[in-house]
Ligand binder design. Structure first.
Ligand code: ATP
Ligand code: MG
Length: 290
């Protein structure tokens, strides 16, 4: 029997809750064990976009597989909207993009998404409409009748995202959705995630694109060797409440000296003078979209 879920201050059941989660894998012959997840406590509130970060091998995908009930934990509990992950009912309203999706290569993109839609219980006109909608959403309308075996890496990620979203799930778990996707595709995926959030969905995402995570996530957790290093609101982690940056037209040295003197008279100094930079991804997107 699972313990009752801890309620958030608003009284809502968390979308995901992990308590004391441990996962040991057997490696080697002498009963050697590798601890992939180590005493992990984590809550993802409903309606949040939550980033699970960490270096390669830190336990992100293992944690996700336990949340989805695809792996049994060695110790601890995982729940989805209060339902233990081991129960099939917990997965009912969840969409999942695995980190290395294996798809039936002989199916077309559309057939593949239809296949997953049927597994999720969709049928008839609703199925056809949802399949068309998600294929358009991920930008694969022109390639939907091609075999998945002919897709590029980024196209496979997009069709994977389409299958994860086809039943309009309440919780979407995306394990590196932007791996192998070009900057235009990555920006499109970020946009889809923000649309999901706007519609009240919860998204758990792993990615090594920290700039994008910063742009789209409400909260992040950083894992290392299966342990939680840090968890918090992105705004609190990256914002420096005690500092502010002023951006001015470039001014001559003489005026800058006057400004320094003016500030010095008030006991203040300029800590840094930098030339603002345009972000490379923005330049790329502007050019490529033309
Ligand atoms: N089935 C398995 N058997 C044995 N060890 C495993 C298994 N799956 C994962 N591991 C190990 O568990 C650790 C965590 O792996 P995991 O895939 O969860 O990392 P990750 O954070 O998702 O990494 P990446 O960023 O590379 O995707 C690694 O040391 C990995 O080798
Ligand atoms: Mg992984």
């Amino acid at each position: 029997m699972a313990e009752s879920p801890h309620l958030s201050p608003s009284g809502a059941v968390p979308a995901i809750e992990l308590r004391g989660l441990v996962k040991d894998f057997s490696i080697g012959l002498q009963g050697m064990k590798l601890r992939a997840v180590d005493q992990l406590d984590l809550r993802v509130e409903a309606g949040q976009v939550f980033g699970l970060l960490g270096p390669n091998g830190s336990g992100k995908s293992t944690t996700i597989k336990i949340v989805l009930g695809l792996l049994a934990p060695t110790a601890g509990t995982a729940t989805i909207f209060g339902v233990p992950s081991g129960q099939i009912a917990a997965r009912h309203d969840v969409g999942y993009l695995p980190e290395s999706p294996y798809f039936y290569r002989h199916l077309t993109g559309r057939e593949l998404v239809e296949f997953y839609a049927r597994i999720c219980g969709l049928a008839g006109a609703t199925l056809a409409q949802r399949v068309a909608d998600v294929i358009a959403l991920v930008g694969l309308r022109d390639s939907a009748n091609r075999r998945v075996g002919t897709y590029s890496k980024g196209m496979l990620q997009r069709i994977g995202l389409a299958q994860a979203l086809v039943h309009d799930p309440r919780l979407v778990i995306l394990d590196e959705p932007t791996a192998g996707v070009d900057p235009v595709g990555a920006a499109a995926i970020a946009e889809i995630i923000l649309q999901l959030k706007a519609r009240g969905k919860t998204v758990l995402i792993t990615s090594h694109l920290l700039g994008q995570i910063e742009d789209i996530c409400d909260r992040v957790a950083i894992l290392d060797h299966g342990k939680l290093l840090l968890e918090g609101a992105v705004r609190d982690l990256v914002g420096r409440a005690d500092r502010q940056a002023l951006v001015l037209e470039k001014m001559p040295e003489t005026e800058l000296a006057e400004l320094r003197a003016w500030l010095a008279a008030r006991g203040r100094t300029i800590e840094a003078i930098e030339q603002p930079r345009e972000r490379l991804d923005r330049i790329f997107l502007e050019r490529v979209k033309k």
